[in-house]
Design a protein around this ligand. Structure first.
Ligand code: KG4
Ligand code: ZN
Length: 350
C-alpha cells in the first residue's frame, strides 16, 4: 500500500450523503447531497426520510466525487464508510453501498467510527495530528470531550452530554424563537446583532457540586428550558422579545461552558492541542472564544473550515487514509452498521 493512499470515504449517518476522496492528507473531492430541507418542516431529522434520501443520492454523489477527483474506482486503494454511530437505516445505505463498490472493484473496506472521523478531518487542513490532543466534538447528535493518544488505536472518552447535544440545543432554541431548522447557523447570524451579556442564562454542570461528578460532562437541557421560560415571561408581559439578545446570550452560555471544559481537559491531561469538530464547531462565537481562552493558557486550537466541520465524506476518507497509512487491517466485508458504535472502537475489526 502506498504512503499516500488514495482513499474514498462514504458518510450517511444522519442527513448528509457525503462521498470524499483523499490522497494522504490531501483532499481531492468532497461531494455532498443534503436532505436537510426535507426535514425542516419537522424541526429535526426524520430517520425514514433521511434513509430514503441517501438511497436516491448515493450513486450520483459517488459519481460526482470520482469526477471531481479525476479518478476511477479502479484507482482507489481503499474504501472507508461510516459504520456508526448514527441513524440505523441511514447508516445501512452507506454501508451497503460501500460493500457493493468494494466487492465489485475488489478493494479493502474500512467500517469506521463517525466521531473519530470528525477528529481525523482536521488533518486535511492542518496536517498530521499532534498526539496527544484533546478533541471536542459538538454536533446535532453528539457533544463529547475525548483524549486522543493514538487515533489508530482508539480514543479515551473524558465526558459527554448527559441530555441534549450542543447542536440540538441550538436547534431547539431556534425553533422556540421561530427561526427554522437547522438552528445553529441562524442563531449564529442573529447573535451578531445582540448583546451576549443581556441575559444571564445558566451554565450547566459548572457549579462546584456538579463538577465533582461531571467535570467534563455537559448539560444543555436546563439552558434550553431557561430560554423558553424567559421568552414565555416576556410574551406574557406583552413586551417584544429581543430576539438578537436572546440568541447572543444563549450562544454565549453554550460557548462559555464548552470552551471552559475543553481547556480544563487540556490542563488536566497536559495537552497542548485542542481540536474542535462537528457542526457546532462552525459557530463563530465558539471559534473566537476558544482561540482567546486557549491563547492565554498556551493551548493551540485546530478547527477545520466550516464545510469540513459538518458531516461530509472527506472526514471518513481522512480517517480511512490515516488507518491505511498506519497499516491497520481492513474490516470484514460482512461488517455491520452499528448505530451505537462505541468511541473506543475506531473501526470495525475482523
Ligand atoms: O455535524 P453535523 O453536521 O451533524 C450531526 O452529526 O449532527 O452538525 C449539525 C448541527 C446542527 O444541530 C446545527 O444546528 C449545528 O450543527 N450547527 C451550528 C452551526 N452550524 C451548524 N451550531 C451553531 N453554530 C453554527 N454556526
Ligand atoms: Zn457528525
Amino acid at each position: 500500500m502506498p504512503d499516500e493512499p488514495l482513499v474514498l470515504g462514504i458518510e450517511t449517518s444522519c442527513d448528509e450523503t457525503g462521498v470524499g476522496i483523499v490522497r494522504g492528507h490531501t483532499l481531492l473531492a468532497d461531494a455532498l447531497a443534503s436532505s436537510v430541507e426535507q426535514h425542516a418542516r419537522f424541526g429535526g431529522v426524520v430517520p425514514e426520510v433521511a434513509s430514503r434520501a441517501h438511497l436516491e443520492a448515493i450513486v450520483p454523489t459517488m459519481q460526482r466525487a470520482l469526477d471531481d477527483a479525476g479518478v476511477t474506482l479502479a484507482d482507489i486503494d481503499a474504501i472507508a464508510v461510516t459504520a456508526g454511530p448514527g441513524l440505523a437505516g441511514a447508516l445501512l445505505v452507506g454501508v451497503a453501498a460501500a460493500k457493493g463498490y468494494a466487492l465489485a472493484a475488489e478493494k479493502p473496506i474500512y467500517g469506521v467510527n463517525h466521531l473519530a472521523a470528525h477528529v481525523a478531518v482536521d488533518t486535511l487542513e492542518h496536517g498530521p495530528l499532534p498526539e496527544p490532543a484533546v478533541a471536542m466534538l459538538v454536533s446535532g447528535g453528539h457533544s463529547s470531550l475525548l483524549l486522543v493518544d493514538d487515533l489508530t488505536a482508539g480514543v479515551t472518552p473524558l465526558g459527554a452530554t448527559i441530555d441534549d447535544a450542543a447542536g440540538e440545543a441550538f436547534d431547539k432554541v431556534a425553533r422556540l424563537l421561530g427561526m427554522g431548522f437547522p438552528g445553529g447557523p441562524v442563531i449564529d447570524r442573529t447573535a451578531r446583532d445582540g448583546d451576549p451579556r443581556a441575559i444571564a442564562f445558566p451554565r450547566g454542570l459548572t457549579a462546584p457540586k456538579d463538577l465533582a461528578a461531571h467535570r467534563f460532562d455537559f448539560s444543555f437541557s436546563g439552558l434550553k428550558t431557561a430560554v423558553a421560560r424567559w421568552v414565555e415571561a416576556r410574551e406574557r408581559s406583552g413586551e417584544p422579545v429581543p430576539v438578537a439578545d436572546v440568541a447572543a446570550s444563549f450562544q454565549d452560555a453554550v460557548c462559555d461552558v464548552l470552551t471552559a471544559k475543553a481547556l480544563d481537559a487540556c490542563r488536566e491531561h497536559g495537552v497542548e492541542t485542542l481540536i474542535i469538530g462537528g457542526g457546532v464547531a462552525a459557530n463563530s462565537r465558539l471559534r473566537l472564544l476558544a482561540e482567546e481562552r486557549a491563547a492565554k493558557v498556551g493551548v493551540r486550537v485546530r478547527v477545520p473550515r466550516p464545510q469540513l466541520c459538518t458531516d461530509n465524506g472527506a472526514m471518513v476518507a481522512a480517517l480511512g487514509s490515516h488507518l491505511v497509512a498506519a497499516g491497520v487491517a481492513p474490516s470484514p466485508l460482512d461488517l455491520p452498521a452499528d448505530s451505537a458504535m462505541s468511541l473506543t472502537s475506531i473501526r470495525v475489526a475482523g
